[in-house]
Every structure is written in C-alpha cells, then in structure tokens.
Design a protein around this ligand. Structure first.
Ligand code: ADP
Ligand code: MG
Ligand code: MG
Length: 485
C-alpha cells in the first residue's frame, strides 16, 4: 500500500456506479469487443502460443485535463530532439554514466558496447527513435503533468492503445453518450510508429532487406507487436518482418564484409528491439555478443546503443541539473517548456559539492516524498515509502548508491472506474484508480541532420491507486484512453 496523498478526484465521463444489469451486459460486450479486435495478450500463467486473452482494461475512458494533454503532445518533438542530441553527445553520456557504470553491471555492459562501436566508428550513423514520454498528473496549485520517464527502447502498447481508443468510442455509443465522443482524441500511435520503421527501411535503400524485431523467448505482449508487423506489410507490401531473440541472432546471424547484418538469406535494414532492455534478457554471453554484432552492423537500430543509454534514469536526472538543457537549446522558451514537465530529480553521486550527500539526507528525513530508482526498465524495480529509508540507509556509505537516482514522488489525482482483468470472477465494483499518460514520438536522423521528428499518438495506462506501479505486462495496470475535460 502506498502513501499517496491524492488530492481532488477527477470527474468521471459517465455517472457511476452503473446499474448492475447494465454493467453486466456492457462488460460482457466489452470483453468480446477486445477479443475480436485483438486488444489481447498471452497469459503468463498458462502460456500457450495458440491462446490469447483480452488485455486488462478499464471499462470507461478516464478523465484527463485537455490543457495538460495538449501540453504533453506539444512538448514531444522538443523532447525527441533533446534525446537525439544527448544520444550524440559523447562527453555528456560518458561523464553522466561514469559513476553508475562503476557499480551497475548491466549499464556497464551497455556502455562497453557503446565505447566499442564509438571507438571503431559507427558503421550506421542514422538512428531511429520510437520514444514514449510518460507523465503523471500532479496536484500542485492546479493539476500539472510531470514526466515520469522517457523510454527509448521497446516503447510498447502503441498497437493496443490505438485499438483501445476505438473501444472507448464504441462503449460510449453503447451507453448512449454519443455527444461525448468528441472528448476522445484521435490516436494514430500505431500508424506513426510503423511509418517511422518504414522510413528507416527506405533510407537503408535495399528493396530486398527485412526488418528484424528482437523479441523475448516468450512474448506476452504478442498482439501489440504483431499489430506493428501486420501494419508495416499493409502500408508497404515489399517489407518482410522477421522475429528473432538475441540468442537466435547469436547463432543464426553474421556480419558480411560490408558489416551488413545477415540472417539466413536476408539482409537486415532495420533492427527494432522489443527485448534487450533488462539483464534477464541477456542470460549468457551469446546474447551480449548478438547485441554487439547488431550495434556494429550497417542496419539502422531502433534504438541504437547511444539512444538506449540516453534513456537511462541517470541521464534523465542529469538533464534536470540546471544548465544542462540550456546547452542543447538556446531558445529560453523551449528550455522553459521542458522544465515545466520535469519534477525534482537528484543525483546520489559522491560529488565534490556534496549534492549527492544532501539528497541522501533529505530523503532519509522524509522518505515518503521520494522514489528511489535504479537503472532498469520494464516496471517493478523502484522503491517507495519507508523502503526508501531502509535502502538509502543501508547504502549511504557504499558506492552502490550511485547506481540509483532519487526523484520527487508525484501524487496523481484519483478517479473511479471499473478495472477488468481476464479470469477475474469477482463482482465488478468501482475502484480508485490513477492514470499515466504516454506520448509517442518518432525521430530519425544522425548527428548532422534530423530527417523526421514527430509526435504520433498516446496511451493511457491506469492502475489501482493502492499499487505503486502499474505495469500492464508486469501486473497491476490496465489499458485506458483519455477523456478530455
Ligand atoms: P520503468 O522504466 O521501469 O517503467 P518508471 O520510471 O516508469 O520505470 O517507473 C515505473 C512506475 O513507477 C511508473 O509507471 C509509475 O507508476 C511509478 N513511478 C515512477 N516514478 C514515479 C514518481 N516520481 N512518482 C510516483 N510514481 C512513480
Ligand atoms: Mg521505462
Ligand atoms: Mg515506465
């Protein structure tokens, strides 16, 4: 249980609770709608390749302030560019991650690959970023979006999120609220990300080359990934997508004399990582050798190793240090736009100015005000509440603390809704939920030129207010759409 001090609740789009009979009827329809439109996932507990279940979802779209939604959309291309510039700033990446790589093996391995390909000279100068910047609303004086993080690798759910937007339009019609449809914004996330992959494929300029998705040994989020694959084929009938795990790449792929990545008889134009962001996805040296081979290749990577590192929590914290964004943007109004979505982020380094020590003291005094974050992705890794105290106290004098960053805890407003999961036979009741908005961005280019920089769509992920984290694949979260108010 967390200690959120959620302030003013947001008003729901439909008066709740629904009467029992209507709720029962509409829930049944909703589940079938999701099943029939592929808003589904494999089930971790009964893993069977031939079976999917509907993804956890909320029955009604959740209210979200229009002004803040627009703000998040508008700032996306600026954040895309910031990520792109950081990824190409060798000194900044090296300096920022210096203390972290001394203690965090996973980041150190990634950084090692980066140093290797940087020293050799990048065979492919172009990177593709399919990014997702995530926000929670925070009640300061009024409700504001605050960035939770920027994802540069495996930014998922664009496929299912697009479908959920259609679902929420359907359900509002079903509840005879057609007048409310105008408050559900259009969502072209899937199409936008696929166009990014297709544009990268075109730049590679080999009509016979394929797009390689790097996948886990078992893919829970299969429909989301397949939506991308199928839409790519629909938009451009020449493009074949192949799927391989890092282990399979290690044994089946090689680099030819030109450092082209060859899998079977195919040259790979674009590598799209939907795996490779957490240590468990590199169980042996084979997976690491595959990652290095890919980074050395002429394929366009999504993300390239430098983009991957630009998405670490440590880089996010360093960007919040005064003077950093100013290095990348001379225009003060742009700097201001970025700053308004940043919340307090603090280094835990043993630095000369004692900033790290100050942050530790501050968090030990009021641990509930902060979240402690390691350099990990995929949810379930952060520390909250009293555990912040325990963990920080235990590592106060140890170098280990520099593998973490400290962040102000954001307190999103509560909202009632019905959260529906497959297999849950309990009577449906409204719950207090909180929502996290993700905005997708596409950026394509190299250090000299940005060829594409766009905001392409969104996802809303909603979780019980009582749970600290809301990963959908990991557990507590559910798919949602914003209902703009
Ligand atoms: P990951 O890369 O693992 O997704 P996140 O930074 O997104 O890491 O953290 C995971 C989840 O933890 C978020 O989706 C959010 O629910 C919660 N969380 C993260 N940072 C904060 C914060 N500063 N305040 C409140 N909740 C947070
Ligand atoms: Mg992340
Ligand atoms: Mg996250």
């Amino acid at each position: 249980m967390n200690d959120t001090m959620n302030l003013s609740p947001l008003e729901t789009c439909v008066k709740l609770p629904l009467c029992f009979k209507e709720l029962e009827e509409v829930t049944d329809k909703a589940k079938d709608w999701l099943l029939m439109h592929g808003a589904c996932m494999r089930c971790r507990e009964h893993l069977d390749k031939d079976e999917v279940r509907f993804a956890p979802f909320v029955l009604l779209p959740s209210a979200f302030p229009r002004k803040e939604f627009e703000k998040a959309r508008k700032v996306q291309t600026i954040l895309n560019e910031l990520t792109h510039q950081v990824a190409h700033d060798h000194n900044f990446i090296t300096e920022t991650l210096k203390s972290t790589v001394e203690v965090d093996d996973f980041t150190a391995r990634l950084f090692g690959i980066y140093e290797t390909v940087h020293a050799e000279g990048f065979k492919q100068s172009i990177s593709l970023g399919l990014l997702r910047s995530d926000y929670l609303l925070h009640n300061l004086h009024e409700t504001n979006i605050m960035q939770v993080e920027m994802n540069t690798i495996a930014s998922s759910f664009a496929g299912i999120a697009t479908t959920i937007t259609h679902y929420h339009r359907y359900i509002l019609k079903e509840l005879e609220c057609e007048d409310k449809l105008k408050n559900i914004p259009e969502n072209h996330a899937l199409s936008g990300l696929c166009e990014g992959l297709i544009e990268a494929w075109k730049l590679y300029n080999n009509k016979r080359a394929v797009i390689l998705f790097i996948i886990e040994d078992t893919t829970i989020n299969i429909c989301d990934q397949r939506f991308h694959e199928f839409l790519i084929r629909e938009k451009n009938s020449s493009i074949k997508v192949i799927r391989k795990s890092l282990g399979q790449v290690a044994s089946e792929a090689h680099l030819n004399q030109n450092q082209d990545l060859i899998v079977g008889n195919s040259t790979v134009a674009v590598v799209y990582f939907r795996s490779g962001y957490e240590p468990a996805q590199y169980p042996t040296e084979h997976e690491w050798s595959a990652r290095l081979m890919i980074e050395r290749s002429s394929a366009i990577k999504c993300p390239s190793i430098q983009y991957h590192l630009a998405g670490t929590k440590k880089v996010q914290q360093a960007l919040a240090v005064k003077g950093t964004i100013e290095k990348y943007f001379k225009d003060r109004s742009i700097v201001e736009k970025i700053r308004t979505v940043f919340t307090g982020l603090y280094s835990l380094d043993f630095d000369e100015n004692g900033e790290g020590e100050k942050a530790v003291t501050m968090a030990l005094k009021e641990p509930g005000r902060f979240v402690l974050k390691p350099q990990r992705e995929g949810g379930g890794n952060n520390i909250y509440g009293e555990d912040v105290f325990t963990q920080l106290k235990a590592m106060r004098d140890s170098k280990e603390r520099t593998a973490w960053i400290l962040m102000d805890r954001i307190h999103p407003p509560l909202q009632e809704n019905y959260l529906i999961r497959p297999g849950n036979t309990d009577e449906l009741k409204t719950q207090n939920l909180v929502s996290e908005l993700g905005i997708y961005g596409v950026i394509l280019g190299d250090s000299n030129e940005v060829k594409i920089n766009k905001q392409v769509g969104h996802v809303l992920r909603t979780k019980p207010a009582s749970s600290d984290e809301g990963g959908i694949v990991a557990g507590a979260g559910a798919l949602d759409s914003p209902y703009l108010v």
